[in-house]
Design a protein around this ligand. Structure first.
Ligand code: NAD
Length: 586
């Protein structure tokens, strides 16, 4: 028997199946369905094919009754085990691997074999597995993507598909898509241009959308746009799986992107969220500006990072006292992350102080590869850097900028590791009782300084958070817990909030709402350990709270289309979240 996609059936509770197979009617998390439209019903065949179908396979957890009803007798060894025992066994197996990439591959195989079990592992062991499916290991996976590629986990759109993108999207088996994460692979983490191998990023991010934010996996679509690569190593690699040509730029690039954006809206409607991921900054800002008025778009590198960092800063005010406007900020790196964070901080200060944004920006300074961004450099600066060109003499070195600007907060977003050298951290510690140091560049090798360095060089006074995770550090008999200023705190809940409210455009106020929601989850106990972010263990609860605040803002702004507005948005968000518990089959 074959897998068949049936026409939509009229009765939501219908239990009719094709060929006696398993039917999936989206039972527990049906709340996100538009109730007027009957969902697609997927019927899958029984027997051997059922065991090969990752969406329905339960492996040894198929009950005796299910084994009889679905022709599984003899295809499985006799034992019947629970999902919990399966999880225990798999975690035991995964922990045996010493090399993180092996763990990544084991998880990918599990996702391709038994999707619900994959998500159960990820949800229940989030702190342990996040560094595998996401930064830093996902970076290594992208670098080696050509050799570990087995099956497509998303859609590839290359220049060869120009003029046919709508048809290509229709080849994807799922019809109802809520969230797309798309990259063109030009700036993968801090690793540069990885071309089509960047696919690991949308795949990983969407796994987190489901595990952390509860968006159904069937409604997530990873996409990689391949316009070539300027990475010579890949171009000369006989095993490279992308287009072997230099990157298309200018009109050719923008025409392909335009066709893609149009096709997505045509195929999935107004409410599909398109998350731009790891585009180089010369395209990222333009794409966001161009499509934010016509599509539901979100750039995680610019906006998600900004929201998560702002949340950490708001939380740290409980340690420092005072307001955001009392602080002076210095950034190393003035790209997507740096200027995105800077702008959201300025916006928050403006909202709170009622000062014009131009005034608020004066509290914020940025250093790029040519030194401090100052007004004398204005003519030669890229557009997104210009608002930060304040009056000051030119300064070349970061350490001198620290001494002259006297920041209370130092933020690294350059993608270059080891740039917060001892003298830089010591200068911060000389100026501040509690210097706030955020080393955000990913992966771990690119962090501006390690947690240990920050604590040691500041004699245990720094409040530190990083982009990639670091273990706790013991210094002078005290244990410090470095925070992870990780976008994964924000984007899953943010996206869920947009999806459950049927929002059609992203507004900056929603980012501020998400930051405040996250900051509100940090408790006294966390502060006492030096943490400015809550632990990831409660991430689904955190995501539900963020989703509720984002949705609330969307309703307030008149951008939400799902009406009437649910009264209790937190409860509603929770009720919409996907759970990976196995279903019982008749
Ligand atoms: P980007 O390419 O847009 O910006 C990099 C900036 O750093 C540019 O302004 C560049 O001029 C500057 N720069 C490069 N080398 C420098 C040097 N030696 N000294 C000073 N400045 C230098 O990249 P991006 O999207 O802003 O990302 C930067 C880094 O931040 C990456 O490593 C990325 O992984 C990381 N990041 C982390 C998070 C997070 O942890 N939450 C989120 C987003 C990005």
């Amino acid at each position: 028997m074959e897998n068949t996609l049936k026409e939509p059936v009229q009765d939501l509770d219908s239990s009719a199946t094709v060929g006696g197979g398993v039917e999936d009617v989206y039972g527990e998390d049906r709340a996100t369905e538009d109730q007027l439209v009957t969902p697609w019903t997927t019927s899958v065949a029984s027997g051997y094919t059922l065991l090969r179908n990752p969406f329905h396979n339960k492996g040894l957890a198929f009950t005796e009754k299910e084994r009889d009803a679905h022709y599984l007798r003899g295809l499985l060894p006799p034992v019947v085990i629970t999902q919990e025992l399966q999880e225990k066994k798999l975690m035991h197996n995964i922990r045996q691997y010493q090399v993180p990439l092996q763990k990544y591959m084991a998880l990918t195989e599990l996702q391709e074999r038994n999707e619900r079990l994959f998500y159960k592992l990820l949800i229940d062991n989030v702190e342990e597995l996040l560094p595998i499916v996401y930064t830093p290991t996902v970076g290594e996976a992208c670098q080696k993507f050509g050799s570990i590629f087995r099956r497509p986990q998303g859609v590839y759109i290359s220049l060869k598909e120009k003029g046919k993108i709508l048809e290509v999207l229709k080849n994807w088996p799922q019809r109802s898509i809520q969230v797309i994460v798309v990259t063109d692979g030009e700036r993968i983490l801090g690793l540069g241009d990885l071309g089509v191998q960047g696919m690991g990023i949308p795949v990983g991010k969407l796994a987190l959308y489901t595990a952390l934010g509860g968006v159904r996996p069937s409604e997530c679509l990873p996409i990689t746009i391949d316009v070539g690569t300027n990475n010579e190593k890949l171009l000369n690699d006989e095993f490279y799986i992308g287009l072997k040509q230099k990157r298309a730029t200018g009109e050719e690039y923008h025409e392909l992107l335009q066709e893609f954006m149009t096709a997505v809206k045509q195929n999935y409607g107004e409410k599909v969220l398109i998350q731009f991921e790891d585009f180089a900054n010369h395209n990222a800002f333009d794409l966001l500006a161009k499509y934010r008025t016509t599509h539901l778009v979100f750039n995680d590198d610019i906006q998600g990072t900004a929201s998560v960092v702002l949340a950490g800063l708001l939380a740290s005010l409980k340690v420092f006292g005072g307001t955001l406007a009392d602080h002076t900020f210095l950034f190393l790196g003035a790209g997507e992350a740096g200027t995105g964070i800077a702008e959201l901080i300025a916006l928050e200060i403006s909202k709170k102080t009622k000062a014009p944004i131009e005034e608020s920006r004066k509290k914020i300074w940025l250093v790029d590869s040519r030194g401090l961004i100052v007004s004398s450099r204005k003519e030669s600066l890229q557009a997104f850097k210009k608002p930060w060109a304040h009056e000051h003499e030119p300064v070349k070195e970061l350490v001198d900028a620290v001494k002259l600007i006297k920041p209370t907060v130092l933020i690294g977003t350059s993608g270059v590791g080891k740039t917060f050298k001892q003298e830089v951290v010591e200068a911060m510690a000389a100026i501040n009782e509690k210097p706030l140091i955020l080393a955000l560049s990913n992966p771990t090798s690119q962090a501006e300084c390690t947690a240990e360095e920050a604590y040691t060089w500041s004699e245990g006074r720094a409040i530190y958070a990083s982009g990639s995770p670091f273990d706790s550090v013991e210094y002078n008999g005290k244990v410090y817990f470095p925070g992870q200023a990780n976008n994964a705190y924000i984007f899953p809940g943010f996206g869920l909030g947009l999806v459950i409210s049927g929002t059609i455009r992203v507004h900056d106020d929603m980012l501020l709402a998400a930051s405040e929601a996250l900051a509100g989850q940090v408790t006294e106990e966390h502060y006492s350990k030096g943490m400015i972010y809550p632990p990831f263990t409660n991430i689904r609860k955190i995501s539900a709270n963020i989703a509720a605040k984002v949705a609330e803002k969307a309703y307030e702004l008149g951008l939400a289309t799902r009406l009437p507005r649910p009264r209790d948005l937190v409860k509603y968000a929770e009720s919409c979240m996907y759970t990976p518990i196995y279903r019982s089959y008749r």
